[in-house]
Design a protein around this ligand. Structure first.
Ligand code: ARG
Length: 238
């Protein structure tokens, strides 16, 4: 009897291990439509479509972890997640901490403000209160390049957009496509006609995870060649 129980326990343990082996854990921050957002309690978006293709190509079940954007790199490096798709821009600093795939999208950083905003150029950002997502490239840009500005660092873009509406912040700096989605749902806000800088998105994995990276690059190259990333983008920006 004792032996039987032990055997059953061992089998349960084994199934647990196998299940883990057969999953691929994605880490993201799902407040970033159209790349990752909630629909009917489920995380969907362009990045999720790409992640599903990667998991499918490896014959693995995709597990999605939604965490704070500034914790994503740590999650990869501590081995708690296999890969990150989070509209993450390639930067030299991040390249020292993670490995990036080939790029799959181009973006630019834009300014969102109330429709009557007086900000007309980059230099008008001096001495302003600027909302950003904590740990984003906009956070780094404002912190390093606009020293006279007061920075409000939020975990969620939704909270940052509330800061503009309540006039706690003069503007919000973020990526163009997510900014476009945000403005669609907030008619009092607008994207200003001011160019800041461009950036490129890639998938991130822990440093040295070459096997996974090679596979990810294959999938992304195939998706780009088949025009599927544009298709995913159209689907999520309707
Ligand atoms: N592209 C910007 C960056 O890499 C912002 C990304 C924010 N992504 C997100 N899922 N919240 O810093």
């Amino acid at each position: 009897m004792k032996k039987l129980i032990l055997l059953i326990m061992f089998c349960v343990f084994l199934t647990g291990c196998l299940k883990k082996e057969n999953t691929l854990v994605l880490v993201t921050e799902a407040g970033f439509a159209p790349y990752e957002y909630y629909e009917n309690n489920e995380v969907v978006g362009i990045d999720i479509d790409i992640a599903r293709e990667i998991a499918k190509s490896l014959d693995k079940e995709l597990v999605i972890k939604d965490i704070a954007f500034d914790s994503i790199i740590n999650e990869l490096n501590s081995g708690k997640a296999d890969f990150a798709l989070a509209g993450m821009s390639i930067t030299e600093e991040r390249k020292e901490e993670v490995d990036f795939s080939v790029e799959y999208a181009e973006s630019k950083q834009v300014i969102i403000a109330l429709k009557n905003s007086k900000i007309k150029s980059q230099s008008d950002l001096n001495n302003k209160t600027i909302a950003v997502q904590l740990g984003s490239v906009a956070d780094i840009y404002v912190s390093e390049d606009i020293k006279s500005a007061k920075v409000i660092r939020q975990k969620k873009f939704l909270t940052a957009s509330e800061d503009i509406k309540s006039k706690k912040a003069d503007c919000l700096i973020m990526d163009l496509l997510p900014a476009t989605e945000l403005v669609k749902n907030n008619p009092e806000l607008t994207i200003l006609d001011v160019e800041l800088f461009t950036d490129k998105y890639a998938v991130a994995v822990a440093k040295g995870n070459d096997d996974l990276l090679i596979q990810i690059n294959k999938v992304i190259t195939k998706l780009i060649d088949g025009d599927q990333i544009n298709e995913f983008t159209l689907n999520h920006t309707k």
